[in-house]
Design a protein around this ligand. Structure first.
Ligand code: KIV
Ligand code: ZN
Length: 522
């Protein structure tokens, strides 16, 4: 299938914006290396277009888009830009090294956005459409134009803007449901209206971009495709602004499983969907809802007696797709303390991980330590361990040891030693409970003003010796970040999660940190 060329009737381009719309939502920040890792996986999974970031937004965004552009093997690498020449030129510079690249430029077209956000009259916006697409076409012949808030835009004006964008050379026209307001029937009609009214509409590819404020993002995207759109913009796990974007895995599997009524093709290797979901969840520390379609941990679990009985007789009684088709496996009892390095490496391969030598060594040491504490090691335990290894490979603050006095006698005391940029320090603090004592010790060693927004504990697997997985969300005046920590000891997991979040804040911090002082996390 040649989804890139735009002529095929049934091929739908999958445009992934996990690294742009997904990353821009509160708490989902990724480090540079994490972005590269996600991009590599998306490329291998068959995503047609990777929107790698918003190059003018920061030096970090520029560097990530630029590096992804250098490394991508198959996907078109796309950068986002507003309507200003400076934005567009910066975007062009970032995507330059890519074998195939695209500039995505947008402007708001709805009355409310034009009046209050842009403070521009419609005729000024119309002129900017022509100017922005012309400028982008000066850099590349692959230009996407988006009418931000298209679904609340007055129809005549939307058609005039789309016509101007096509005349100026746009090759993809995107009609985003920016605020997640439209319903499937209306979105279907909107595409038909624009395609029928705008001259030369058949020469470009139309695209959907749906937000999930009413839980309709996937249904709306599919309605757009039924009307003739042949590109869907979506994100892994549906992450994105507010309630998120249309979830890539749901769109891909809906078209695959119900190809009888949605006869469209994508180039996505669906067996990589679970891996992609886990990676994005690990690097953003956004947990995947248990009952999330396709990739939630209950998506293929059958608990009730009637369902289990049916499944044993025939899997199709309660399963419309196999777990294998999305790369999910039934939890299997895998390894224990007698498993060696060879078995560990094989298991990692089976779970889809590729680690460098140093990372592998560290992960193996941690696996052995876990196997000493926990009798049964499940696939999920290994995944949690390796995800942490990947997520924390570049951390500046590392935990060396933690001793906690807890229980009825008190006082609850934590003694914590950290390695901060290679320097070891220890603090002993008393708290209102053991977790409070630990967090106070961290505060003493790494003074900061970040606020604790969320502290959440889950079990990775079942059983009394299950690993605890703790999520911590911190925020300062610049950003919000989350991190997870897993360990059979909930208190150790709590410390890991808090330290992980601080490391993320540090990675995002623009401040220069003096090497002999503790890092400053405002
Ligand atoms: O939701 C939206 O309108 C966007 C545009 C920038 C495409 O993300
Ligand atoms: Zn969006």
């Amino acid at each position: 299938m040649t989804t890139q060329t735009g002529n095929d009737k049934d091929g739908v381009i999958i445009f992934d914006t996990t690294l742009r719309d997904g990353e821009q939502c509160p708490g989902a920040t990724m480090t540079h290396e994490e972005k590269l890792e996600v991009a590599e996986l998306l490329d291998e999974m068959g995503v047609d277009v990777i929107e790698a970031g918003f190059p003018i937004a920061s030096e970090g965004d520029f560097a990530a888009v630029n590096e992804i552009a250098k490394r991508a093997k198959n996907a078109v690498i796309c950068g986002l830009s507003r309507a200003s020449p400076k934005d567009i030129d910066r975007c062009a510079e970032a995507i330059k090294p890519a074998q195939r690249s695209r500039i995505h430029t947008f402007i708001s077209t709805s009355p409310v956005h034009m009046q209050f956000k842009l403070q521009k009259a419609p005729h000024e916006v119309l002129e900017m459409v022509t100017a922005q697409v012309t400028r982008a076409r000066g850099h590349t012949d692959n230009v996407e134009w988006s009418a931000e808030d298209a679904t609340r835009t007055e129809h005549d004006f939307l058609c005039r803007c789309v016509e101007a964008a096509i005349r100026a050379g746009a090759t993809t026209i995107n009609l985003p449901d920016t605020v997640g307001y439209i319903t499937p029937e209306e979105y279907f009609t909107l595409f038909l209206m624009v395609m029928n009214r705008v001259p030369n509409a058949s020469t470009v590819r139309f695209s959907t971009h749906c937000h999930n404020d009413l839980g309709l993002a996937v249904a709306n995207s599919l309605a757009g495709v039924r009307a003739g759109a042949r590109q869907i913009e979506c994100t892994i796990n549906g992450i994105g602004e507010r309630a998120g974007n249309a979830a890539l895995e749901e769109i891909v599997m809906a078209m695959k499983v119900r190809n009888d009524v949605l006869p469209y093709l994508t180039a996505i290797r669906s067996t990589m969907l679970t891996r992609a979901s886990k990676l994005v969840s690990a690097v953003t520390s956004f947990p995947v809802q248990y009952n999330k379609a396709i990739v939630g941990r209950n998506a293929f679990a059958h608990e009730s007696g009637i369902h289990q009985d049916g499944m044993l007789k025939h899997t199709q009684t309660y399963e419309i797709m196999t777990p294998e088709s999305v790369g999910a496996k039934q939890s299997s009892l895998v390894m224990g303390k007698h498993s060696g390095r060879h078995a560990f490496v094989k298991k990692l391969e089976e779970l889809g991980y590729k680690l460098g030598d140093n990372q592998l060594e560290d992960a193996f040491v941690r696996f052995k330590a876990l196997a000493d504490k926990k009798k049964h090691i499940y696939d999920e335990d290994i995944a949690a361990l390796v995800d942490q290894e990947i997520a924390h490979a570049h951390d500046r603050i590392k935990m060396l040891s933690l001793t906690v006095i807890a229980g009825t006698m008190g006082p609850q005391t934590a003694t914590l030693s950290l390695d901060i940029d290679g320097k070891h320090s220890t603090a002993q603090t008393v708290g209102n409970g053991p977790v409070d004592a630990i967090f106070k010790a961290i505060q003493e060693l790494v003074p900061h003003e970040a606020k604790l927004e969320l502290y959440q504990v889950h079990a990775v697997t079942e059983g009394l010796d299950a690993q605890a997985e703790v999520t911590v969300r911190l925020s300062n005046e610049n950003c919000t970040v989350s991190a997870k920590g897993a360990d059979p000891d909930t208190l150790v997991a709590s410390a890991k999660a808090y330290i992980g979040a601080l490391n993320r804040l540090l990675a995002r911090s623009v401040r220069v940190v003096h090497s002999t002082e503790p890092p400053e996390v405002k």
